[in-house]
Design a protein around this ligand. Structure first.
Ligand code: AMP
Length: 416
């Protein structure tokens, strides 16, 4: 267990908090969705109550080490100020300029300062001005950031899988550090699901590629009672077993691996469920994510997909079969859509899974949903409030499910 904010002394201290304010902004620099700002409020409000002087730091977009005015965090400072009903100081340009350092130094208890986009500095991502890998420069930058504060708090779950100056590098230059309330919640739900799940434990995995999720499947086969595979990934498993998959998205180079995973599942007595029928079509416009008007759409009677057609969603029999399993479990981890859910005609499988996971949660199961697409799916269906935990970090939650150490967490001190 990592030290959390409640374990450390922050009273009237200068506290530097790594947050994830990588919010979507439109062409007029208006914030389209402020969820990431809102999710940091528990930590900020706690620090305000403790009369800490709060310095917030984040990245926004991918400026690649250059100052890009459109990627300034100024709109975030304004929005946070509105939400909190108090001014949030902001110094533009450079997060470790003399002016920024002075603003941090002069910050009084109860005041808040947001630093400019960390990624305007190439050192944040471990590079120098020439774009080459450069650890000493990264360390020097991390040290400068550390010099702004007395205490460091990691509350940016979306970036803890990256070994950057503000996530991992900084910790060795800090006297006291802990995870913030957002990261604490992520670790609690993801950690407990994996290490100490209430059984039966089900994982639902979807999405485009087996290769992206091999490590997740391998790691989960050690822990779950059942696993449901949907999305294009399912076709690689079906083809590996000799089922015809037409022109579905199959990774032919991963067929042997799929067979190995099926064998491991059998040895470990994991109930490995694949779709038993599919929605298929002969045409999809993958660029615009739409269905051409002359496309033929059908549902198969079993696993097999005929020549010239591709599987784009799970069929009704699969939905019914999966529903039985979802109903019977006590812990559910879901990552990845079960079809091309961006196209309404192919979204039914994902929508129904979202509803059944929410229903199971109402009945007492613990549900954790991660990954951008499955998170958008539960929101689109309007069941997000009924899910136990929606992860704020797509990449980080996937690496957690893979059983990897997250550099921004691993380096933080443990609870005594
Ligand atoms: P991932 O990022 O791996 O979770 O993949 C998400 C993407 O997988 C979404 O954009 C889906 O449209 C896509 N996807 C899901 N099912 C299929 C399918 N049957 N064929 C092609 N793409 C799919």
């Amino acid at each position: 267990m990592k030290k959390t904010l409640a374990d450390i002394d922050v009273k009237r201290k200068k506290v530097l908090v790594r947050v994830d304010y990588n919010v979507p902004v439109d062409a007029n620099l208006k914030i389209i969705n402020d969820k990431r700002i809102m999710s940091t409020l528990p930590t900020i409000e706690y620090l305000l109550k403790k009369n800490a002087a709060i310095i917030l730091m984040s990245h926004l977009g991918r400026p690649k080490g250059k100052v890009i005015p459109e990627m300034s965090l100024k709109p975030v400072a304004d929005r946070l100020g509105e939400v909190l009903g108090k001014p949030v100081k902001f110094v533009g340009g450079d997060c470790v300029s003399d002016e920024s350092k002075k603003a941090a130094k002069d910050l009084k208890p109860g005041q808040i300062l947001l630093l400019e986009n960390l990624r305007f500095h190439p050192e944040e991502e471990g590079k120098n001005a020439a774009g080459e890998k450069d650890k000493p420069s990264m360390n020097a930058f991390a040290k400068e950031l550390a010099s702004l504060c007395e205490v460091f708090v990691q509350d940016a779950f979306g970036t803890v899988h990256r070994s950057h100056a503000s996530t991992a590098g900084i910790v060795k230059y800090i006297k006291d550090a802990a995870v913030g309330f957002l990261v604490e919640k992520e670790l609690k739900f993801l950690g407990e699901a994996l290490e100490n799940p209430v059984r039966p434990f089900l994982a639902i995995l979807g999405g485009a590629k087996v290769s992206d999720k091999i490590n997740v499947i391998e790691n989960l086969l050690d822990k779950v009672d059942s696993i449901i595979i949907g999305g294009a990934m399912a076709y690689t498993f079906l083809k590996a077993q000799g089922v015809s998959t037409g022109v579905s998205l199959v990774e032919d180079g991963k067929l042997d691996l799929a067979l190995d995973l099926l064998k491991t599942a059998k040895e470990r007595k994991v109930n490995f469920l694949l779709p038993v029928d599919h929605v298929i079509t002969n045409k999809v416009d993958f660029v615009s994510k739409s269905m051409p008007s002359d496309a033929v759409v059908e549902t198969t009677i079993d696993e097999a997909i005929c020549n010239g057609f591709m599987g784009v969603d799970i069929g009704i029999k699969s939905i019914e079969k999966f529903a039985e399993v979802v109903k019977s479990v006590k812990t559910i981890v879901w990552n990845g859509p079960l079809g091309i859910f961006e196209i309404d005609e192919f979204s039914k499988g994902t929508v129904e899974i979202a509803k059944m996971v929410a229903d199971a949660t109402d009945e007492g199961a613990i549900s954790v949903v991660g990954g951008g697409d499955s998170v958008s799916a539960v929101k689109k269906v309007g069941v997000d409030k009924r899910i136990s935990h929606i992860s704020t970090g797509g990449g980080a939650s996937l690496e957690f499910l893979e059983g990897k150490d997250l550099p921004g967490i691993a380096i933080l001190p443990d609870k005594k």
